[in-house]
Design a protein around this ligand. Structure first.
Ligand SMILES: NC(=O)c1ccc[n+]([C@@H]2O[C@H](COP(=O)([O-])OP(=O)(O)OC[C@H]3O[C@@H](n4cnc5c(N)ncnc54)[C@H](O)[C@@H]3O)[C@@H](O)[C@H]2O)c1
Ligand SMILES: [Zn+2]
Length: 366
């Protein structure tokens, strides 16, 4: 699965491929397809070179290409920026058959997916994620979103991309801390669904964070496959049924993780918060009698081996507990945790015992 270019099929209602490889920007045109005439390439100032390379390739294939520059990072995910994009597409007379391409991290793909999902009630979008997090998570699965003053990702829609191009070359410029943060989602995929990911990280912890390594390529492929399988089985979270817990499994480590991000005023890296959140969920599952201590220890060993945090300062429980109360995933007043019964066995722990919640925190407090 690792040599050359890999295609992972996402068998959702409108199926698409995630193409993974090195130096594969030529793939973008095929995914934009023959029907589009105009293509808007959405990117921030920092991804100008990559977006330029994508634009050149599209122009060479005869498309009428417009660069659409948006603010860098999370501030792009606003109604004002979305409205500016709609305005630009309207002025350029984009039609239902035209397309947009997002080049950047998860903030850019989230915004672009939202713009594409809403303009003319949905036009084609191709994602070219440039961070590890965006490759294995944000660009795959069809969730889009922008923020409002009341919170993150409060407005959005489901809009599947027409394809995703993960050119691993982009990862060579990514700051190491961002690469490591993205790896938390990869480990998450391993814990909820693919033991081979855990074996790869255990055996090659250094290569796992080396941008050009074949180990990282296989990790990206495996994590994308996990997400693809889960979203194909369950496009909309609300339709969870059958034997598994569907898309909610992807939320492993995120209940406490989101609370940490909120308490830290979003200055904490998402993957680092999720890493601590996964150790917390493992401790909680162990206290609830669902998970063995070896698997709890495996969480710590794996995450530490790639440089992710596994503890959080003592004395912050009251704040974290309050932050979890207002998490949008909470149903009514009840807390719901994704926990593991073992590697690859995600399940829901509904309304956990309050004393166990506090005890699990004590187990991760430093
Ligand atoms: N839709 C989903 O299912 C989903 C899932 C997970 C996360 N997300 C969203 O993804 C966003 C986070 O994504 P992110 O971590 O990619 O952050 P980001 O998009 O904010 O990018 C972080 C920074 O990295 C820079 N960058 C991007 N690619 C680079 C590269 N190759 N080299 C150097 N710098 C580069 C960006 O310019 C930016 O400054 C959040 O908004 C989150 O809500 C969405
Ligand atoms: Zn996440």
């Amino acid at each position: 699965m690792t040599a050359g270019t890999t295609r992972i099929h996402v068998a959702t209602r409108s199926p698409y491929d995630v193409v993974i490889g090195t130096g594969i920007l030529d793939e973008v045109a095929a995914l934009v397809g023959p029907d589009a005439q105009r293509v808007a390439v959405v990117h921030s100032e920092r991804q100008r070179p990559e977006a330029g390379a994508v634009g050149d390739r599209l122009r060479a294939r005869g498309y009428d290409v417009h660069a659409l520059e948006v603010p860098d990072g999370e501030v792009a995910k606003s109604a004002a920026v979305a409205a500016a994009c709609w305005g630009e597409l309207g002025r350029r007379a984009f039609t239902r058959s035209d397309a947009v391409v997002a080049v950047g991290g998860g903030a850019t793909t989230d915004l672009t997916g939202f713009v594409a999902g809403t303009f003319l009630r949905g036009i084609r979008v191709v994602h070219v994620p440039t961070t590890l997090l965006a490759m294995v998570d944000a660009a795959v699965g069809g969730k889009t979103g922008i923020n409002t003053a009341a919170g993150k990702n409060l407005v959005g829609c489901f809009h599947e991309p027409a394809g995703v191009v993960c050119d691993l070359t982009a990862l060579t410029t990514l700051p190491p801390a961002d690469l490591v943060s993205g790896l938390a989602e990869v480990v998450k995929c391993g814990l909820i669904a693919d033991r081979s990911i855990l074996d790869l990280v255990t055996t090659h912890p250094r290569d796992a964070v080396a941008p050009a390594s074949s180990v990282l390529k296989e990790l990206v492929e495996r994590a994308v496959s996990v997400k693809a399988r889960i979203v194909a089985a369950d496009l909309r979270e609300s339709l969870v049924s059958g034997p598994g817990i569907g898309r909610e499994a992807l939320n492993y480590g995120h209940t406490l993780g989101h609370a940490i991000e909120r308490v830290e005023g979003y200055t904490f890296r998402h993957g680092a918060a999720v890493s601590i959140g996964m150790v917390y969920a493992a401790e909680l599952a162990s206290l609830a009698g669902r998970l063995d201590s070896d698997t709890v220890a495996l969480h710590r060993d794996l995450l530490r081996s790639v440089g992710l945090p596994t503890s959080y300062p003592a004395g912050r429980w009251a704040d974290l507990r309050e932050a979890m109360r207002v998490d949008k995933k909470t149903r009514g007043d009840r807390l719901r945790f994704v926990v593991l019964g073992g590697v690859g066995q995600p399940a829901i722990l509904d309304s956990p015992v309050e004393t166990q919640l506090a005890q699990a925190y004590a187990a991760i407090a430093s």
